[in-house]
Design a protein around this ligand. Structure first.
Ligand SMILES: [Zn+2]
Length: 371
């Protein structure tokens, strides 16, 4: 048995919270990070089927792609579907967690999984996540002053990791120095080697606030000459972002490509907007709703774009751009992640010898039926 927090931390590695779009609402939506988890179920939506399976299987946690609570709640009416579900989940102590746009964007997330399914390689995001340059600061401080310096640099904006502030790492050791003539040492005497118990503080901050952080650090630091290092960190998000574009090993006919898409997804049909008869070599995709990236796919040289929820005028726009377009449905492009995510969590659980069972929803189907 492990804590809900342990699962949250595992999910943070799979789909870092800071990759979520601003309007999104991922994370723990119902429950307590301290509650114990024996069994969890992964799903696309927290619907009645999933809640009933969770109850029957005695699951303590549901991990969904779509956030169960998305819009702020003004009331919890237990006579209405969502309120009734919240009541059931709380009464049965079932935690609910969501990884939404952060799972879409993440390296190894939904869109990367679709690339894997379709044999696309050399993939990059269609819409890259922010790639702000970060600076790593390492500063050595007498042990008694560590907290003062840590708080000062935190106040200046250092140590933001996702939605956490004041993040830093500390280790203790011994610093040695020889004050030379003309100095005014805080500790020790001129001409005599001194040894001091020091704390090494490590943290990061965006390059644009470097002078503010260093100024705050020097002000709080007791030494005349503070010892510190600055390292520029390469942006870490270059492989994350919404959608992907990649290449097939060999160009194939549009008909073969569309058949391959249909055969690899949980769909009975897909909709094709045929704009030309060119062979397909470069394909762009975005799981769920992604028609907003048709232009981007065209600009990046895709021969075809695959997404879901395409409207009439968006299909027309693809034709105007001479871009082949496939609407494989919202459910069709996202449901495959359920089994894949459960497998990832199972692998982490086995590796860490966690005593938990990971189930995945097999019962949900696309709400649309084609007659
Ligand atoms: Zn979706």
């Amino acid at each position: 048995m492990i804590s809900c927090q342990t699962i949250i931390e595992a999910m943070e590695k799979i789909a870092p919270h800071n990759l979520a779009e601003e309007w999104d609402n991922p994370g723990l939506l119902i429950g307590d990070p301290a509650q114990k988890i024996n069994k969890l179920i992964v799903c696309l939506d927290v619907n009645n089927n999933v809640i009933n399976t969770a109850l029957k299987e005695k699951c303590d946690m549901i991990i969904s792609h779509h956030p169960f609570i998305f819009h702020p709640l003004k009331k919890i009416r237990t006579d209405l579907p969502q309120g009734k579900s919240i009541q059931t989940l709380l009464a049965n102590n079932i935690a609910v967690f969501a990884a939404h746009t952060n799972l879409d964007s993440a390296l190894g997330g939904i869109n990367d999984y679709l690339c894997h399914l379709w044999g696309l390689h050399n993939t990059i995001p269609l819409n890259t996540a922010s790639t702000e340059e970060l600076i790593k600061l390492i500063v050595f401080v007498p042990v008694d002053y560590a907290e003062k310096v840590r708080l000062a640099i935190g106040k200046a904006g250092a140590g933001f990791v996702g939605k956490y502030s004041n993040c830093s790492f500390e280790s203790n050791g011994t610093g040695h120095f020889l004050p030379l003539p003309g100095t005014n040492p805080f500790i020790g005497e001129i001409g005599k080697t001194a040894s001091v118990n020091e704390t090494k503080i490590e943290t990061i901050f965006p390059a644009k606030i470097q002078s503010k952080v260093i100024k705050a650090m020097l002000k709080a630091h007791p030494y005349e000459e503070a010892a510190y290092e600055l390292h520029s960190l390469k942006p870490t998000n270059i492989f994350t972002g919404l959608g992907r574009i990649g290449e097939l090993s060999t160009a194939i006919d549009l008909e073969d490509f569309t058949a391959m898409i249909k055969n690899t997804l949980p769909v009975k049909n897909i909709r094709l907007v045929k704009s030309n008869n060119k062979k397909i070599k470069k394909a762009a995709l975005c799981s769920g709703t992604g028609a907003e990236f048709i232009n981007r796919a065209k600009f990046m040289g895709a021969d075809i774009y695959i997404t879901g929820d395409v409207k009439y005028h968006e299909a027309q726009k693809a034709q105007e751009l001479n871009m082949n377009l496939i609407d494989a449905g919202h459910f069709g492009t996202e449901f495959p992640i359920v089994k894949y995510l459960a497998k990832k969590l199972e692998t982490i659980a086995t590796k860490n010898k966690w005593q938990i069972k990971v189930l995945h929803d097999k019962a949900s189907v696309d709400p649309f039926t084609v007659i």
